[in-house]
Ligand binder design. Structure first.
Ligand code: FMN
Length: 453
């Protein structure tokens, strides 16, 4: 498969990026969806209690092997002995949560995933985007985060990216957003500027991980410093005036996001796009007020945060996606992520969407199930801010455990939802919810798992 989105290379860990697994952490998510720090728990111990219960049951002996098996099967599926599913307490994954004025029906989020499908190269989302997002909302996701959406034409990752800098794009988003909401999900826009990774190719054009020439619809990428990403073009260093203009573009795009009906805004400060390029000491070599120490390197992100917070309603959540480490020696790491997240919280950010990588090429990332979850836990417990965890979370029980143990307030199901837009409906069944409890659209209830044959 062609890899367009460059955070996803396979890699091996940097020792000092590993987070300690045995520290106390905030307790599990409370029913109200608020962060509960009153009951510290250890996040990475296995469900030993569950194991003990099972062992105890085994010791009591089984009365009749046949009856026992049947009862066990029914219990596992959350059914009564007559075969009907009982209503049961909602597992953590299906508990609603609140972020400012937004009520979110469950903890299963669709993360931003670029579809590179604005094939007219005008940044306007198409019918494909409509189907793509509305079907995940119908599939039961609590939140649908749209793909990286550029704040200006040069801020696109590729010519095939969507944007939010003109009226036509705003109108096109309106239709998508309206029906995502109608299907019960909270639509969130991810605002992005690609910086030095701009003008890269996409599968419909070629130039994967390379710069599309200007003659073919590409552009000159920009960045904090003239340091290229891999074999892409060397970016032009942004002047102060250009930086101010990009901050203004984030502000205008946020105004348009509100007009389009989005219910929250996420700033993309991860994966080596512009806002994260400024954060990373390996990429940002400036010696003005936008470079140097951490407070200089985070200046652009904070200015963008303030500009966006100013123009969105006070009840609207503002999220920031961060890479908690660049996985490179001497680069960006968890400690700086936590310090930056603390400042973001003071500037009105409501949740950190915790990812890693994508900043510098050629590093090794220990991609495996849950590999980014410890970073979410560290940000959540040390900053005391809600987080989402993402990265190879594919199984319902795995996802439920992450939320139940307080490692994240919600989980994001990325590639797994590309192959299964109804992932939450399947998860509801696996976790024993009744058809009424599961987030089925009303017309689909007749086809619910456990009811339809
Ligand atoms: C095709 C594709 C496109 C992506 N585009 C974006 C994007 O636009 N913005 C972003 O923040 N992350 C993007 N990502 C990263 C995902 O949001 C997610 O973090 C990553 O896929 C890991 O989660 P998963 O293992 O559940 O897929 C993309 C990933 C994929 C596979």
């Amino acid at each position: 498969m062609v890899q367009e989105y460059s955070e996803l290379d396979d890699k091996a860990p940097r020792a000092d990026s590993r987070v300690k697994e045995d520290q106390a952490m905030p307790g599990p998510v409370s029913g109200s969806g608020r962060l509960d720090v009153s009951k510290p728990i250890r996040p990475f111990e296995s469900d030993a209690a569950d194991g003990k219960k099972k062992a105890g049951k085994a010791a009591k002996g089984v009365k009749s092997a046949k009856k026992g098996k049947k009862d066990k099967r029914a219990k596992k599926a959350g059914k009564s002995k007559s075969g009907r599913r009982r209503e049961r307490a909602l597992p953590a994954l299906f508990q609603p949560m609140e972020l400012r004025d937004q009520h979110i029906r469950n903890r299963i989020w669709m993360p931003p995933m670029d579809t590179y499908s604005a094939l007219r190269h005008d940044g306007v989302p198409t019918n494909f985007h409509y189907q793509h997002y509305v079907s995940r909302a119908l599939g039961g996701f609590g939140v649908v985060i749209g793909e990286a959406t550029a704040v200006n034409p040069q801020g696109r990752i590729s010519p095939c990216d969507v944007g939010l800098w003109n009226d036509e794009q705003t109108r096109a988003w309106q239709g998508i957003v309206r029906d995502v909401k109608a299907a019960g999900a909270v639509p969130i826009v991810q605002l992005n500027h690609s910086g030095r990774k701009g003008s890269s190719g996409c599968s419909s054009m070629g130039y994967i991980n390379a710069t599309v020439p200007v003659a073919e619809g590409g552009w000159q990428p920009v960045g904090p410093s003239p340091i290229a990403f891999g074999r892409m073009a060397v970016p032009v260093q942004l002047s102060r005036a250009q930086i101010a203009s990009i901050v203004a573009d984030f502000r205008s795009a946020a105004v348009r996001a509100v007009q389009a009906g989005f219910l929250a805004v996420e700033l993309h400060a991860a994966h080596g796009y512009l806002l994260s390029q400024f954060l990373d000491p390996l990429i940002n070599r400036r010696n003005d007020e936008y470079g140097g120490d951490l407070s200089g390197r985070m200046r652009l992100l904070i200015q963008v945060t303030d500009a966006v917070r100013e123009v969105i309603p006070s009840g609207m959540p503002l999220l920031v996606r961060m890479s908690a480490t660049d996985w490179a020696t001497g680069g960006w790491g968890l400690d700086e992520t936590i310090r930056t997240a603390k400042v973001l919280k003071l500037h009105g950010v409501d949740l950190i969407d915790v990812s890693t990588g994508g900043l510098v090429p050629g590093v090794k990332i220990p991609a495996a199930p849950n590999y980014q979850v410890p970073f979410s836990y560290q940000v959540r417990s040390q900053v005391l801010i809600p987080t989402t965890a993402v990265g190879l979370i594919t199984k319902p029980r795995q996802a439920d455990r992450i939320v139940r143990k307080g490692l994240a307030d919600a989980v994001e199901i990325g590639r797994a939802c590309l192959r299964d837009p109804y992932w939450p409906l399947r998860a509801a069944y696996k976790l024993g919810l009744s058809a009424q409890q599961a987030p089925y659209p009303e017309p689909y209830r007749r086809g619910a798992y456990g009811i339809a044959r």
